[in-house]
Write a protein that binds this ligand. Structure first.
Ligand code: NAD
Ligand code: G6P
Ligand code: MN
Ligand code: MN
Length: 435
């Protein structure tokens, strides 16, 4: 049987993960699931953990769910570690959103200054987890969902020197669904080629006979008469500039709006902030409702309310990747993994998010080749920004952090960069021992 440890088990997303394992139990017999959290998350772990136990019982499968605050106990001899923790919880996220916004910058959980600070808080913790894994489960796979997912994956590869890691995101899952919907085709009748980095990838769509359908999807989603589809709940389905996306000849991801439509997105964020608060504040309210539902001793299935979270359907990625590795399935999935030359425009050893064949030995990225200048310029800039952010997260070097801020297109350069950096270092200091 398979033993899995989930770090950040108190997450409100956990019922989705459990549902994914229940659905796949015949192929993927998970016999032990260890949900791990920390003191700050004790109550959440208790509530969602008991809900997980009821789900497993109702499904009638032979799987023990364990709840623990002792990570090392959980990691002993596991086959897979999945990570879905949030260092500093939602209050830290709200600071990541509010501080940049108060200086007229995008405030977002994985983009701009906020995303960089999430990396600063998270990377030391993931490297600590890797240290424990080397000792307690040296053959295990690390399936990372914790944001910023691409940078966290690269930190594990480069600084953790841990090869068996795969980073995940639910955006490609949603992109495939929306393309299939506008083309009025089944997902399995289409072929997708994704490449880029996490929250900044482009993709092409083909028919099974090889006909390219990308431009058709661009027109359907972003053409003059189109009503752009919602791909993830946390990003407004704002229209792109049609001539510009058309010129890409590839579909952008929803996060591209922060770079292609910065002014409109900032306006949108400020409006939302005044009406309902930042996304983190909205999520706090959704989460409170979810935990009220999870407390119901009769509830033994995933409630509808969970689909209001941006990460909805992430278990389709998380559970399927484990299934594909365990059963050596050769499924094509979009994952963060080592480039190895798949994208010619990026360093060989960095993490990229690309369509990959998943087998027992891991992810084999499908070659994408070179990008045209419009994509290449942004991609190379953002990858360099990521490299510096990861380096600053590991070393705590102030100048490196400032350099990363300077490169990030969502952070203006000069005194303003320093002001925001200093304010955020102070606001988050309890979670930044390296600085
Ligand atoms: P959350 O705020 O509910 O946090 C999950 C749990 O992590 C909490 O119970 C918390 O106590 C725990 N935690 C914090 N620090 C920990 C540590 N050091 N060790 C163990 N547990 C710890 O978060 P959430 O909204 O459920 O999101 C979880 C994570 O998943 C976040 O990092 C979020 O950005 C990420 N996420 C990723 C995607 C994706 O596409 N990759 C989608 C949605 C969410
Ligand atoms: C998206 C992304 C995640 C992101 C999340 C936010 O779909 O892929 O990486 O962090 O959803 O969702 P939330 O509901 O927390 O705003
Ligand atoms: Mn994501
Ligand atoms: Mn900048």
């Amino acid at each position: 049987g398979i033993k899995i440890a989930t770090i950040g088990g108190g997450s409100s997303y956990t019922p989705e993960l459990v549902e994914g394992f229940i659905k796949r139990y015949d192929e993927l017999p998970v016999k032990e699931l260890w949900l791990v959290d920390i003191e700050e998350g004790r109550e959440k772990l208790e509530i969602v953990g008991n809900m997980a136990k009821r789900m497993v019982k109702a499904a009638g499968i032979d799987c023990e769910v364990h709840l623990t605050l002792n990570r090392r106990e959980a990691l002993k001899d596991v086959d897979f570690v999945t990570t879905q923790f949030r260092v500093g919880l939602l209050d830290a996220r709200i600071k990541d959103e509010r501080i940049p916004l108060s200086h007229g910058m995008i405030g977002q959980e994985t983009n701009g200054a906020g995303g960089m600070f999430k990396a600063f808080r998270t990377i030391p913790v993931i490297l600590d987890i890797v240290k424990d894994m080397k000792e307690l489960c040296p053959d295990a796979w690390l399936i990372n969902f914790t944001n910023p997912s691409g940078m966290v994956t690269e930190a594990v590869l480069r600084y953790g020197k841990w090869e068996k890691v795969i980073g995940l995101c639910n955006v490609p899952v949603g992109a495939v669904k929306s393309a299939a919907a506008v083309l009025n085709k089944k997902e399995e009748d289409l072929f997708f080629k994704f490449a880029g980095i996490n929250h900044l990838h482009w993709h092409r769509v083909f028919d099974k006979d090889g006909t390219e359908l990308t431009e058709k999807v661009i027109d359907a989603l972003y053409g003059p008469n189109a009503d752009p589809a919602v791909v993830v709940e946390n990003i407004k389905n704002m229209r792109f500039l049609y001539e510009q996306v058309k010129n890409l000849k590839m579909l952008p991801c929803p996060y591209h709006r922060y770079y292609y439509m910065t002014d409109n997105m900032l306006k949108e964020e400020l409006e939302a902030f005044h009406n309902e608060g930042t996304r983190g504040e909205v999520v706090k309210r959704i989460e409170a409702k979810l935990f009220e539902l999870y407390k119901d001793p009769n509830l033994d299935h995933k409630p509808e309310e969970l689909s209001k979270r941006g990460g909805a359907h992430y278990s389709d990625a998380a559970c399927e990747i484990i299934n594909s590795i365990y059963n050596n399935k050769g499924t094509v999935m979009v994952v963060s993994t080592r480039n190895n030359g798949a994208i010619d425009d990026l360093p060989y050893d960095c993490a990229v998010e690309v369509s990959s064949i998943i087998r027992a030995h891991g992810a084999e990225p499908v070659n994408f080749g070179k990008f045209p200048p419009a994509q290449r310029g942004l991609l190379q800039l953002m990858k360099a920004m990521e490299e510096l952010t990861i380096e600053a997260a590991v070393t705590g070097d102030y100048a490196t952090a400032l350099q990363a801020f300077t490169l990030n297109p969502l952070v203006p350069s000069g005194d303003i960069a320093k002001t925001v950096l200093d304010e955020m270092l102070e606001a988050h200091k309890d979670y930044l021992p390296q600085f």
